[in-house]
Design a protein around this ligand. Sequence first.
Ligand code: GDP
Length: 444
Amino acid sequence: MAFEGLADRLQNTMQKIRGKGKVSEADVKEMMREVRLALLEADVNFKVVKDFVKKVSERSIGQEVMKSLTPGQQVIKVVKEELTELMGGEESKIAVANRPPTVIMMVGLQGAGKTTTTGKLANLLRKKYNRKPMLVAADIYRPAAIKQLETLGKQLSMPVFSLGDQVSPVEIARQAIAKAKEDHHDYVLIDTAGRLHIDEKLMDELKEIKEISNPNEIFLVVDAMTGQDAVNVAQSFNELLGLTGVVLTKLDGDTRGGAALSIRAVSNTPIKFVGLGEKLDALETFHPERMASRILGMGDVLTLIEKAQANVDEEKAKELEKKMRTASFTLDDFLEQLGQVRNMGPLDELLKMMPGANKIKGLDNLQVDEKQISHVEAIIQSMTKEEKEHPEIINASRRKRIAKGSGRTVPEVNRLLKQFEDMKKMMKQMTGMQQKGKKKGGFK
Ligand code: GDP
């Protein structure tokens, strides 16, 4: 994940000032020197760094901090607020046209991830906002682009409007919007052509598409790995085309994160989404405050909760809660739980969103062994229905059969059964305690 270096350095700096009962001007100066270096090293634009340091210094030496009872913490609060502000303050919403369809033009240089992001965004619009998007293949120059979008459309079971590569992109856009109206699509996502560099011909074409399609949003897709280049590209596109938002891709790589921290300030365009992987669900709404919180090691509990809500079926959760209370939780339930946690994404990424996670030694290098989970799943799947409901009947010969069926060893089967038993015991104790507590409180 991006920002690791920056997060480490900023958190070390903050640590020094956190508990201070008194913060002098010299302390602030010393801290800001370190913050400045950390930001520059993360490839944040130097003008942005200068402004940021100035603002934080002024506020930190000001009344609001010096006179407070906990000046150390106040300084950190100032840093967090300014970091949030730098990345755009409030998160920005995606436009909705008064009269559908809402038209979104996707633009960007080749290789930035434009076509992939078009698919991801359509997926997000449908999944999160219940919309019915249509994709439009208007990149007629890159030989494989139309095919790529069509493949994405198939994966998503979503229509892709294409007229091949012999019709002009402007005409494609015009006909696509008419077709979307006819078919009652509420969003139209136009995948336009990219180039290796910004050139006049490309810009003229994009301007024409803009004119004919009158888009509600023009999103520029930029690659976070290209650092300051991404910032420059955003600035140029904004000047020539007038952007409404940026999608920053490949933030899952080990980019230093400078682009994310500079784009808003330099190009005056908010980051609306970030790409965090190649899969179609790896696109997230960009929340400046949550990102600032993550960088400063305060965790990102909101995202974690949202992920859980999106992946856990409420009815099932209630049922599960009841089973836990009545201690009738079976191995099948356990299997289902594993599946739900897995759907939330890679476990090590989830763990890193916990507050203070960066303070846990070794978490950086932690690779949660997803294989282990598959092994547990394989073992449970090799059991019969009866065994899953009444694991106490699993004797030595059954254990041998289960091990063989799942391709695991008998000790592994034993370990899993033991863990499951322990878990059930714990549940019993907990519900016992709850009931006692209730009695004390006077409930029947
Ligand atoms: P385009 O030329 O801008 O349309 O770029 P593509 O959509 O073809 O993407 C170029 C490459 O970047 C592909 O291999 C994508 O899978 C990959 N890619 C796109 N977005 C992301 C992302 O957020 N993370 C990662 N790791 N790869 C991405």
